[in-house]
Design a protein. Structure first.
Length: 366
């Protein structure tokens, strides 16, 4: 069995070791194929080893991708920053405040990229301010540490620590998120802040000093499940007329993507809910839809008819098969628009109308 590969190992050696051990495991399975129907302890061990090696291989692949992306973004970021500074230098006095805010965002982006470099390139346990620190450290490998080096290491370590505004604990610089107000949060407190805001709508979105904390800034410090929950809550809290599952055992929010017409299908339990009355979905017009009730009252006065398939209200204009749709027709219904529809007039209730051809035999009186 192979030991767990260390992240500090150079990439070429790690790839070679993983490849050789995967080949050994593959050869073992080919040799033992068909010998025994029951899985032996040895086969189980090789299978677990294979899974571990594949996971490690994916880890190193992700590390290579993160390293490449961070380096590319950082290189491009410097170029963009230089161009931005040139543009700001040629801007008038009226753009001074805008230039300052843009510069602050640039600094924040640079800091976030640096923290990503520490996490994915330099390593969690290292604490380097810039490339010169890395070069100095590499040049002293194998040498005894002098008092000056120790003092420098202590100074550098202290400058890379930050105090969390929430819990007051000292935390590594690359492990804290900085809010727009410049206050800093450790990972645990940042997670608690986001979870509290998601539990209480009055606290959403998460803020510090009344300034919203951008999810893109906090993304690298939060786990995927918290980010996913935040994005769902954002859609929910930004929806004006919300629909929740009518089932008392569920009550989950049903997003717009799960709503068709007036029927909302719960993605969690599958129950359908009427978006008008918020009760179980039903056929026919919803009594809670006041606008529809007003339209039906007007239709009854005007003598308008309804399609037997989609139940849209229509008005015969002239002849035997021309009608005006009071509510636009839907695809695959008894009323279908021939060519692009044109809004030509307004009816009494202010709804725009369009001409279409319908089969009068498909109409019924209200």
């Amino acid at each position: 069995m192979a030991g767990i590969l260390q992240l500090e190992m150079d990439q070429a050696s790690a790839d070679l070791i993983i490849q050789l051990q995967l080949e050994d495991a593959s050869e073992f399975f080919r040799a033992s194929k068909g010998k025994s129907r029951d899985q032996t302890d040895e086969e189980l061990a090789f299978r677990l080893q294979t899974e571990e090696l594949e996971d490690t291989d994916r880890l190193f692949y992700d590390r290579r991708m993160a390293t490449s992306m961070a380096a590319a973004v950082r290189a491009d970021g410097k170029i963009l920053a230089e161009v931005s500074e040139e543009d700001q230098g040629t801007a008038g006095n009226g753009m001074a405040s805008h230039g300052q805010s843009s510069l602050e965002r640039t600094i924040l982006d640079e800091e976030t990229l640096w923290k990503l470099q520490i996490q994915y390139i330099s390593g969690w346990e290292e604490g380097y301010n810039d490339a010169s620190d890395i070069e100095d450290e590499d040049s002293n490998i194998g040498l005894a540490e002098s008092s000056n080096m120790a003092a420098r290491r202590h100074t550098r370590s202290s400058t890379l620590m930050r105090r969390c505004i929430a819990c007051g604990e000292e935390t590594e610089l690359w492990n804290v998120a900085r809010a727009p107000c410049r206050h800093e949060y450790c990972r645990s407190c940042l997670k608690a802040l986001f979870e509290t805001s998601m539990a209480d709508e009055s606290l959403f979105p998460p803020r510090c000093c009344k300034q919203t904390i951008d999810i893109n800034m906090a993304r690298i410090f939060l786990k995927p499940d918290v980010i996913q929950q935040y994005e769902r809550k954002k859609v929910e809290f930004e929806t004006h007329d919300r629909t929740y599952c009518h089932s008392s055992q569920c009550s989950a929010f049903i997003g717009p993507s799960y709503i068709s017409g007036a029927v909302a299908t719960c993605p969690d339990c599958g129950h359908t809910t009427c978006t008008e009355c918020k009760k179980p979905a039903h056929t026919g017009d919803c009594p809670s839809d006041t606008e529809m009730q007003q339209l039906l009252a007007t239709a009854e006065q005007k003598g308008w008819q309804r399609c037997l398939v989609c139940w849209r209200v229509v008005e015969r204009m002239y002849g035997c098969n021309h009608a005006t749709i009071v509510v636009p027709a839907v695809p695959n219904s008894a009323m279908s628009v021939e060519g692009p529809g044109q809004n030509v007039a307004d009816v009494d209730n202010g709804v725009e109308v369009i001409f279409c051809n319908v089969n009068i035999g498909h109409l019924t009186k209200i």
